[in-house]
Design a protein around this ligand. Sequence first.
Ligand code: ADP
Ligand code: MG
Length: 315
Amino acid sequence: MALHEFDLIRAYFDRSSSADDVVLGVGDDAAIVQPAPGEQLVISTDTLVAGRHFPLGTLPADIGWKSLAVNLSDLAAMGANPRWCLLALTLPEADEAFLGGFAEGFWQLAQQAGIVLIGGDTTRGPLSITVTVIGSVPAGGALRRDGARVGDGIYVSHTLGGAGLGLALALGEPLSAPASVRQAALTALNRPEPQLALGLALRGLASSAIDISDGLAQDLGHILSRSNVGAKIDAGLLPLAPGLLDGCGGDRARTLALTAGDDYQLCVTIPREREAEVAGWPGLTRIGDIESEPGLRIWQEGKRLLLPQAGFQHF
Ligand code: ADP
Ligand code: MG
């Protein structure tokens, strides 16, 4: 049955919310929200294009989850509390099987993160999803890319390379990884977990932060250039995704951990005098140091490592 635009919005994307900071949600020409006094709003938007940000054939529920996850990850990297979001959907057709799955994955993460969908846009065209997220921080409290200082420690959250392995598998590369490793890698690719709690915990502690969407080397590079510093990291300290080493060997595992995108972990710097406060935090690994000499130097067992490629770029 063909679904009209407004029925479609009502059926899948208009859910009442008890959030008292939403004055007016889906249904009017625009939404009205009420930030608390003393808060700053943190705003970001990201588009997922079929075949470019996810392989064709990705499950609709995974697309729904991921379209919100990549945006929440930006809020996590800013140390922001997720508050409101907008969803601009371009669909080739009003396919209810797709919409049902997409909405399920989207709402699952929205509920988990406590973010309220306040509006959006629905149009026909090649599949593409744009989500805009709005978060909040106490004024001046956001984590940024430009605060790293010489002597800071460099840390990454959880593990790296899992989504890169998942993408290689999804694209049909013949790798000898066992079923459990394949499953974990595909989950890392399709269901990234935005590091919101960690971002909040690092507020007032980390000197800079970024989420790893385009590969550690490239994303850490953004911190370095915005902060006018350089860094050395030890590739031997990289927390590799479980099974990555066995699944594809040392060189490839290291390259994936350094250059593959889509892991959506955080890379942060911590001032030396505050590093004791994060020692022993689960899921946070120290991988290197901020230095004054510009550029990123990667060491492996006492030798400089040169990367085959820097990371993902659209153009
Ligand atoms: P307008 O024509 O005034 O831009 P629309 O017809 O595009 O309004 O949308 C009607 C209402 O539905 C608006 O409140 C809009 O924010 C909301 N909306 C449209 N598409 C979506 C969507 N995919 N998800 C959530 N809300 C949506
Ligand atoms: Mg509109």
